[in-house]
Ligand binder design. Sequence first.
Ligand code: PLP
Length: 441
Amino acid sequence: MTAGLVPSHLFYQSRLRRPTIARAEGVYIWDVEGRRYLDGSSGAMVSNIGHSNPRVLEAMREQMNRATFGYRLHFENEPAEQLASVIADLCPGDLDRVFFVSGGSEATETAIKLARSHKLAVGETTRWKVISRAPSYHGCTLGALAVSSYDPLTEPFAPMMREMPKVPAPRCYLDRDGLDPEQAGLRYAEMLRDRILAEGPESVLAFMMEPVGGATTGALVAPDSYYRRTREICDEFGILLIYDEVMTGVGRTGRFLAAEHWDAMPDIVALAKGFGAGYAPLGAVVAPQRIIEPVLDAGGFAHGFTYAGNPLACAAGLAVTREIVAHDLMGNTARIGDLLKAGMEGLMARFPFIGDVRGKGLLLAFELVADRQTMAPLPAHLDAYVRLVDIAYERGLIIYSRRTRGGREGDHFMVCPPMISDENHVDEILGKLTESLQVLE
Ligand code: PLP
């Protein structure tokens, strides 16, 4: 894994080093040794329209020739205006005001600060607690981390963060108590209600969740009843519902927002990842007028990053979004996602240690277990299983799993190829997955 590397001044999370990337096109990436990898996780669920799309590159070149930066307090810029209007059109319901940021952690922190600013503006000054789920991941900055629950990342910094209340993520597939899924979904939603009552409803600002779970829960989809009921509960207590669609948004689940799969619209949405799609750092917070107007009337939103609405990043985002619409990549994602998921379910017959396959569109995952009946987790010392990412990598397939210090969260593996994937790519992914899983037999 260290081929081609010279001693480096760079550092990331660990000593693990990967080969150096040479070029990337479509769903493939080549390293400097000439090895080819199918990008079966779109990086970290980012490269939604694949690599080196010529129309996106051209749009960026054009913008580069005009202006790469105009500070937002000095100038408006056309790509930001146009992108905001495209997003308002693509988002369901009344979600039509857009605030640009440069990534997912910035987006979730902005969503929280917008929620608080709104409640201050309408005189509900006692509300500050953001309830979220355990496990969950909303970003690595301290504010986003405070609403996340994922020990390897949160624990070291716990003393530096104000603890926020958590409710269990609705991992109904682990419960073996005979409840039908809709009842189970309701039971998890009622845990939110209980928590709100325990905290004191007047102190609760928002409930934040990933509508389809990301890295910590592995493409977790809750029963329909959960989405409906959590919306009702938030309404009952005047609590804002924030969907972190950093991973799910911009088409990855087959709709522009994952929220569109259910009859329960959020008040505020955070977007990032598939929006800049690997071409530029870009994120956004989207909310309706009724949230934004009181904030602006009360003197404005006291928040903003230097690169907010950067014209080059927005030109990339605009071209990415146009590509998704022009080529019906959301339709393709729904169709190819169903095919890939069926193939992954097929692998369960062959490999008894696959305990669950789940997800929506091309946000899919499978979970390895010691026993499918009890869903008992793999013993933490079985690092051959944790190594599955490396085994697949050596066979030219990139899948995604968070490395943990042991424990449940490391046992699922995300399979999320770009939204441009076709039937041949699905065959290649399933073939390479089969080869890799055989190593564990
Ligand atoms: N929210 C979710 C659901 C994520 O999956 C991530 C990143 O993985 C983030 C927020 C943070 O995004 P970023 O790494 O762009 O800051």
